[in-house]
Design a protein around this ligand. Structure first.
Ligand code: PAF
Length: 287
C-alpha cells in the first residue's frame, strides 16, 4: 500500500494516474476503521482502478472538545486492516496540510435548511467543519467517485449539495447502505465507547426504526414519531432522545402525511451516558 503524508506528494501521484486515464475512488474517513468503512472501500475497489482512503480526525467538525479528544484513534490497526484488504493508497495528512492557512480553516458554505435541522441544530458548526474538510480533501484528491455511508444521511445530503451545487465538481457520489451488527446496531467508531449495558440497550435504535417502518401504513407521521420517542425513552440507558424526525428524504423538511414525498426517511439521535448515537431508515421509497 502506498502511504502518503503530504498533500503535495499524493497530488503528484494522482496527477500521473489521471494522466493514464485511471478512475479513482475516494473514501474519506476519520480512522478507527470498522466493517462499515471496509464495505465502502471494497465497493470503491470494485468500481475503480485506483482507490484512496484518507484518515484525518478533522478538529473543525467537532462541536464538543471532549468528543474530539475521546474520538478513537487506532492508526497502526487501521493500516493493518487496509493492508489486509489490499487497499492501494492511504492518505494520512497533517492538520497543517489540510488547513495551511486561516482562510481554508474558516471557509464557510451556505447549505440553507439542510444544515439547520437535526444534526445541524444539535451540533452547531458540525457541517461547516465537514464541508471545510471535504472541500479541501477533494482539492487534493480529484476523485472520479466519492463513497459515503447512509448512516450519516444528513452529511450525505450536505456533501451532495457541496459537490454538485456549490463546487460543481464532476464527481459521482456513491451512497452505500448502513453496515449493521447482527442485532441491527449501526456500526460506528463511537460504539467502542459504549459500556456493556449501553451496547445491549443500543439495539433499541434499530428496533425502533424497524418498528416505525412496519407501522408506517397504520399511523400518521406524527403518531409514529410519538410512538418511536416513547419506545426509545423506555430504555433506561437512553438519557435523551435529541430528535426523532420523519422527513422528506430530499429536502429534510418534516412531513405531515405520507403523500408529502415519494421518499421519506426517519432519522434519530440519542444520548447514552457519554456517547451520542445516530441512525436512520427509509420509511417510504428506496434511496
Ligand atoms: O463521516 C466521516 O467520517 C467524516 O465526517 C468525514 C466525511 C470523513 C469528514 O471528516
Amino acid at each position: 500500500m502506498h502511504i502518503f503524508k503530504k498533500a503535495s506528494d499524493i497530488k503528484q501521484f494522482i496527477r500521473k494516474l489521471k494522466a493514464e486515464g485511471q478512475s479513482l475512488g475516494f473514501v474519506p474517513t476519520m480512522g478507527a476503521l470498522h466493517e462499515g468503512h471496509l464495505q465502502l472501500i471494497r465497493r470503491a475497489m470494485s468500481e475503480n482502478e485506483q482507490v484512496v482512503v484518507s484518515i484525518f480526525v478533522n478538529p473543525t467538525q467537532f462541536d464538543e472538545a471532549s468528543d474530539f479528544s475521546h474520538y478513537p484513534r487506532s492508526i497502526e490497526q487501521d493500516i493493518l486492516l487496509l493492508e489486509s484488504i489490499n487497499c492501494p493508497i492511504l492518505f494520512l495528512p497533517s492538520e497543517e496540510d489540510i488547513y495551511p492557512d486561516e482562510a481554508l480553516r474558516n471557509r464557510t458554505f451556505d447549505f440553507g435548511y439542510l444544515e439547520k435541522t437535526m444534526e445541524g441544530a444539535h451540533r452547531p458548526g458540525h457541517f461547516r467543519g465537514v464541508a471545510q474538510v471535504v472541500s479541501r480533501l477533494l482539492e487534493i484528491i480529484p476523485a472520479t467517485r466519492l463513497y459515503l455511508g447512509q448512516k450519516d444521511y444528513q452529511q450525505v445530503k450536505i456533501i451532495h449539495r457541496l459537490v454538485h451545487d456549490i463546487l460543481k465538481l464532476p464527481l459521482e457520489i456513491v451512497v452505500c447502505p448502513t453496515a449493521r451488527e447482527v442485532d441491527g446496531l449501526a456500526i460506528s467508531s463511537r460504539n467502542v465507547r459504549l459500556s456493556k449495558e449501553e451496547r445491549q440497550a443500543a439495539t433499541a435504535l434499530y428496533k425502533t426504526l424497524d418498528r416505525a417502518r412496519k407501522e408506517s401504513s397504520r399511523m400518521t407521521p406524527e403518531e409514529l414519531k410519538k410512538m418511536a420517542v416513547e419506545m426509545l425513552l423506555q430504555v433506561p440507558e437512553i438519557r435523551e432522545v435529541e430528535y426523532f424526525e420523519i422527513v422528506n428524504a430530499d429536502t429534510l423538511s418534516p412531513v405531515s402525511s405520507w403523500g408529502d414525498s415519494s421518499q421519506i426517511i426517519a432519522c434519530l439521535a440519542v444520548r447514552m451516558h457519554e456517547v451520542r448515537l445516530i441512525d436512520n431508515m427509509f420509511l417510504k421509497g428506496i434511496h
